[in-house]
Design a protein around this ligand. Structure first.
Ligand SMILES: *Cc1c(COP(=O)(O)O)cnc(C)c1O
Length: 231
């Protein structure tokens, strides 16, 4: 078994255990293997191990990887997205996790309309109000959802967050807050479909995230090893 296959298996087992601890069905949690800066060789090992769900932060990097790895895989966009890259993003990704402003939603809606498709998205929420991070403030989300509900080519599936860089027990309140925000938004019935997805949890804290209700966990270094610093 390759190191990457072994890592995937270990992470999946920890997800299963965390789900069981919380009385959840482990099948309700999808593991997204985060591939930023990961070379094709290691990606091929993950695909060869049977992994199908990948996440990228950079549109151009994803384009090359998606072409090289071929069909049959699911790709998620998890990075900061510039409106001008909306067309490429709609072409490439099954789910875009990082919609956090009206202008971007409008650009994605128009891009999806041109391609005659409906793009699934999540709203990225900045729960701690950190100026350095993307994401809509929690109190902005209802209005953003109201605007998006009028867009025929976007479908909001749920929420995503990147909490402050703390240890797993310190981030747990943020995971809980995202789950509670989803409940409140669900009760408001702003969009027609249920908000089923909660994208939260990374290598250092995905077990806590699963215990708090994550349906999508985004794990990079625990699968592929540590990344080189980006220059
Ligand atoms: C890089 C990244 C991850 C994965 O981080 P790890 O700590 O390597 O697991 C998850 N989500 C987002 C948005 C990222 O940019």
């Amino acid at each position: 078994m390759s190191q990457i296959a072994a890592n995937l298996k270990a992470v999946q087992e920890r997800i299963t255990a965390a789900a069981r601890r919380a009385g959840r069905d482990p099948a309700g949690v999808r593991l997204i293997a985060v591939t930023k800066t990961v070379d094709l060789e290691r990606l091929r090992q993950a695909a060869a191990a049977g992994h199908r769900c990948f996440g990228e932060n950079y549109v151009q990097e994803a384009q090359a990887k998606i072409t090289a790895l071929g069909p049959g895989l699911q790709w998620h966009f998890i990075g900061h997205l510039q409106s001008k890259k909306s067309g490429a993003a709609v072409n490439l990704f099954d789910l875009i996790h990082s919609v956090d402003r009206l202008k971007l939603a409008q650009a994605l809606d128009q891009a999806a309309a041109r391609l005659h498709q409906v793009q699934d998205i999540l709203i990225q929420v900045n729960l701690a109000g950190e100026g350095t991070k993307s994401g809509a403030a929690p109190e902005e989300v209802p209005d953003l959802l109201r605007e998006i509900a009028r867009m025929a080519h976007l479908r909001v599936m749920g929420l995503m967050t990147m909490p402050p860089w703390l240890d797993p027990e310190e981030v747990r309140p943020y995971f809980r807050a995202l789950r509670e925000l989803r409940h409140r938004l669900q009760d408001m019935e702003i969009v027609p479909n249920p908000l089923t997805e909660l994208s939260m949890g990374m290598s250092g804290d995905y077990e806590a995230a699963v215990e708090e209700g994550a349906t999508l966990v985004r794990v990079g270094t625990a699968i592929f090893g540590s990344r080189p610093p980006r220059g």
